[in-house]
Design a protein. Structure first.
Length: 203
């Protein structure tokens, strides 16, 4: 081997060693990102959980169902007579259920709770309650109030679809008629005929 060859080999060895040393120093000079501790990881996870979650927007309740009534009494003599200028209510529960929840009872065991309520309204006696009933107690359950025209018809304001009760009473030739009629209201305009056949009591 000549001196020139030995010199080239030595130079190549020095360059290879220098490159390896420089690469090692470069890798050592680049600081690796420090791994977060376990406690920091848990703290971050808890912070994510505690962030307020978006709440779904409540959908508006649509009042798209309407009840229309035509009230009348059919007499043997005289035929049908309109129940005119009488108030009717649209309730979200039956009047019987409301009176029962209030702890009311009939003063006369021969009268139903509903009959006793009408007797009380008509004659001032018949219903016994722990406390005096007033409009405020019933108000949360009232979803509509109408007064029939001279033809016995009336239309409640539109309400959301659901189950309701039509309550009202009127004096008759022999006594009174009272309705506490359960209805299922769907979208649209719906009509009901109220007479002695679907009255809770009629005489």
């Amino acid at each position: 081997m000549t001196r020139r060859t030995i010199g080239l080999v030595a130079l190549a060895f020095v360059l290879t060693a220098f490159s390896a040393t420089a690469r090692a120093q470069g890798e050592a000079g680049q600081a690796k990102p420090e791994e977060p501790s376990l406690s920091e990881k848990i703290r971050k996870m808890q912070a994510v959980r505690q962030q307020p979650q978006p709440q779904p927007t409540p959908q508006a309740v649509v009042a798209d169902a309407q009840a229309v009534i035509q009230a009348g009494i059919v007499y043997v003599r005289g035929g049908p007579q309109a129940v005119a200028r009488v108030n009717f209510m649209l309730l979200d529960e039956s009047m019987v259920q409301f009176l029962s929840d209030q702890g009311c009872r009939s003063q006369d065991r021969n009268l139903t709770l509903l009959d006793a309520a009408v007797f009380d309204a008509k004659y001032g006696k018949g219903l016994i309650c722990p406390s005096r009933l007033d409009a405020e107690a019933l108000k949360p359950h009232v979803k509509g109030v109408v007064t029939t025209g001279f033809d016995g018809t009336a239309a409640f304001a539109p309400v959301p679809q659901g189950t309701y009760w039509i309550f009202g009473w009127t004096s008759t030739r022999g006594g009174f008629a009272v309705w506490d009629l359960k209805i299922d209201l769907h979208a649209g305009r719906w009509s009901w005929i109220l007479d002695q056949d679907n009255a809770a009591t009629s005489f």
